[in-house]
Design a protein around this ligand. Structure first.
Ligand code: TMP
Ligand code: ASP
Length: 241
């Protein structure tokens, strides 16, 4: 698959066209950003670790019947993906309170959220990703009511699969963010699932093992990402088959 010009550069990944109009290459860079891109650093090996981590998770989700844009890993930092028309909203599910929900509603960090809650945010660094509701999404044409239903269903289905996967490896899936896009009218999971876009704590010690280590200057960021992956069964020493 020939990698052609870069068509989109995000904060941590870039998307390249290929010689197939329906397939893109997603390139994972070492750039690590937080607070709407105001804190940015290069962390050695992050691109490779997240590329392999994401591939492992997308394969687990596919096995559970959750379709995504992911096709296959092509090298350390690149994966082949199906072209999606992205829906500009972020879908967040929270199992335990952390981050913005603690500040917004005065909830103590670590409080169990039962049932898990769901939030939409508008994907806009310039506006600091404001929280939005279903009515905004429909009125402003970001997605249809049917697409909203599909995004919620898929995001909760991901929770059922991944909460168990992390629990079996001695970890808590605190919260996570997903993005979706359209492929021939169908809502598919896009973007990535890695410790950059979720919170993961050790079940016993509640040690933070995700991007909060970067946001809060806790150190050993990529070591923690790798530990999460290795506990789940990711083999970082080789590319997946
Ligand atoms: P929050 O606590 O900052 O609202 O974030 C909730 C979860 O979603 C957390 O795991 C981080 C993730 N997230 C992103 O990865 N990117 C974003 O732009 C936002 C708003 C959240
Ligand atoms: N990914 C977003 C950013 O880079 C939000 C975050 O993770 O803090 O600003």
């Amino acid at each position: 698959m020939e990698k052609r010009e870069e068509i989109y550069k995000g904060k941590a990944k870039s998307v390249y066209r290929t010689d197939d109009p329906d397939l893109f290459i997603m390139h994972y860079r070492n750039d690590t950003s937080a607070f709407d891109g105001t804190k940015v650093e290069q962390l050695a090996d992050k691109g490779r670790v997240n590329n392999l981590f994401n591939a492992f998770i997308m394969q687990k989700l596919a096995a559970a019947g959750i379709k995504s844009h992911f096709v296959k890993v092509v090298n350390d930092n690149d994966s082949l993906v199906r072209k999606l028309q992205m829906i500009p909203v972020e879908c967040v599910v929270r199992n335990l309170a952390a981050g913005s929900i603690c500040k917004r509603y005065g909830i103590a960090e670590g409080t169990e959220i039962n049932p898990p809650t769901f939030e939409f945010f508008l994907k806009s660094d310039a506006l600091h990703d404001p929280m939005i509701n279903d009515y905004h999404i429909v009125s402003f044409g970001w997605a249809t009511p049917a697409q909203i239903v599909a995004m919620k269903e898929l995001t909760f289905k991901v929770n059922a699969v991944l909460k168990q996967l992390f629990a079996d490896a001695g970890m808590l899936l605190v919260d996570y963010k997903l993005e979706f896009g359209l492929s021939q009218g169908e809502v598919l999971l896009g973007d990535e699932f890695s410790p950059d876009g979720c919170r993961i704590w050790d079940k016993v010690t509640r040690k933070k093992m995700d991007k909060d280590r970067f946001r809060q200057d806790l150190g050993s960021v990529i070591e923690a990402y790798k530990e999460v992956g290795e506990r789940l069964g990711v083999d970082f020493s080789r590319l997946p088959d």
